[in-house]
Design a protein around this ligand. Sequence first.
Ligand code: PGA
Length: 312
Amino acid sequence: MARLNLLEETRYEKLPVTVYSSQAEASLAVAARIAKLIKSKEAKGEKTVLGLATGVTPIGVYAELVRQHKKEGLSFKNVITFNLDEYYPMQPNAAQSYVTFMNENLFSHVDIDRENVHIPDGTLAKDKVAAFCLDYEQKITKLGGLDLQILGIGRTGHIGFNEPGSAPNSGTRLVTLDDLTRNDASRDFGGKQNVPTKAITMGVGTIFKAREIILMAWSQKKAPIVKKAVEGEISGDVPATFLQLSDHVEFVLDEAAASSLTRFDTPWLVKDCSWENGLKKKAVIWLAETVDKPILNLPKKIITTMVWPSLP
Ligand code: PGA
């Protein structure tokens, strides 16, 4: 389980992180990995079992896969998909359903066999949900497990809809959505009051069993939760931290989502810095906050070398 992190610069990071200069570039890289996996399994006469995510994060990845299908002949004939989650209750033809999302962003544009598409069913009667969830798990297992699971991360630290408090060995099940998650979804539903309070989601344990896991995050909005997921202690309070226990996970970030990681936010802690003025100011403010002292009460040497030279 142990991860060998020999780089000083990333020593606070408890799982592998790749940072791209833009979301577009990162999305292309993830799509390329998916396409390569599909082709290599196809060459061996095998099916690829993909775990898929919804939300704004994977849209660029799906767009590139569609492009590769249309322009480069990438085929989904041998692909079987399992989506992470669906709101409950939810009609598949509703604008906000993840069925609609997947059709619009991927399935309607590629040659996937509809029988090979699995999305949790938001129309089930409550007393049928548990059996459905068990069957969802068994289908994945019978197919030999997920080859690759892609994930976004919610501001609560959720993966799928595994909200804070989720167990590391949780399976597919009916869950209650966190208030912050419902806030974040309110625009899609024309108000928070219209966002369902529940969802069916694959569990943390289901995700964890995938042979490869790629979590993507873009934008400054995700930076604080990314820092917790990557550098924080493993805890059910931030379910994404459970991924630190995986040997085959990678976080793929744009620069904004990575910006709170130690190597970018307080780089002087992990490497030799080139001290341009902006960084000096930031370091002095950080130091004052860390030792809880006004800047002018910091040691004289720091004031003279760090503060005065950087004043305009
Ligand atoms: P987003 O959602 O891709 O819309 O940011 C991610 C998530 O909530 O898991």
